[in-house]
Design a protein around this ligand. Structure first.
Ligand code: NAD
Length: 239
């Protein structure tokens, strides 16, 4: 049996499927991940991206933060790829109950997924740190430098920076789905960013699948490991 046939069999015999993904889900849309050879962490910056994307750096160096954020994380022209589209179809057919993502790019929603848990927030939501007024993605695109509210406060994207906690109700919802699932598909993640990566430990079902382009630590913890591109693999699945 090929890996795709094994995946199909697991999918067909499951009734509560949950997807847990990371930056690798969006590389086929043209958004670089963090830790691959061609990821953001291997590009040369005078300040490492994991420092730039920390809460303390945002507070002390907002200009530099926004230069990086606009350049690398605000991607107005990107489109969902086959992985996002297949997941939306799987949800629509009723078997996929939740998409849990570490990504902030909003591509699952753009593809049509409804039940999405954005563990690290979304570039589509922003707020003034002073008065709380919300700002849209378009607002963020249309201003230059550090965006300010009319009240004078700095606008912050609702993305979870290093040193910041995850949203409690998002985590609780994600955990509830993982605990109820009989099949968990984990894809496009190095499983190194905590606490997000730790949530898959709540899975108690039968079929756990890892789809990743490169080898991952923890491969032996899954019932099926497929080394490949998530779009190419999910593209072959009959939803
Ligand atoms: P990561 O960069 O640490 O790891 C990505 C993993 O995906 C790697 O193991 C890589 O081999 C694999 N991969 C890359 N392309 C793939 C593909 N087409 N198919 C299958 N596997 C593929 O990413 P992470 O584990 O998600 O953790 C990084 C953090 O970076 C996350 O918290 C996320 O918030 C953030 N991030 C988000 C985006 C985004 O929103 N698109 C982009 C970069 C980073």
């Amino acid at each position: 049996m090929t890996d795709i046939e094994k995946l199909q069999k697991m999918y067909d015999e499951s009734s509560y499927v949950v997807f847990f993904g990371g930056a690798g889900v969006s590389t086929e849309s043209g958004i670089p991940d963090f830790r691959s050879a061609d990821g953001l962490y291997n590009m040369h910056y005078s300040v490492p991206p994991e420092v730039i994307l920390s809460h303390s750096y945002f507070m002390t160096h907002p200009e530099e933060f926004y230069r990086f954020y606009r350049d690398k994380l605000l991607n107005p022209d990107v489109k969902p790829n086959i992985a996002h589209l297949k997941l939306a179809e799987m949800e629509q057919k009723g078997k996929l109950k939740a998409v849990i993502t570490q990504n902030i790019d909003g591509l699952h929603e753009k593809a049509g997924s409804k039940n999405v848990y954005n563990l690290h927030g979304s570039v589509y939501l922003n707020h003034c740190m002073n008065c709380g007024k919300p700002f849209s993605f378009t607002d963020m695109l249309s201003c230059k430098g550090v965006p300010h509210c009319t009240c004078g406060g700095i606008i912050k994207p609702d993305v979870v920076l290093y040193e910041e906690p995850l949203n409690e109700s998002t985590v609780n919802g994600a955990v509830r789905h993982i605990m109820n699932a009989d099949m968990l598909i984990v894809a496009g993640t190095s499983l190194t960013v905590y606490p997000a990566a730790g949530l898959i430990r709540y899975f108690r079902g039968r079929n756990s699948v890892l789809i990743n382009r490169d080898l991952n630590v923890g491969d032996d913890e899954f019932s099926l490991v497929i080394h490949g591109k998530v779009g190419e693999v999910l593209g072959k699945l009959r939803a």
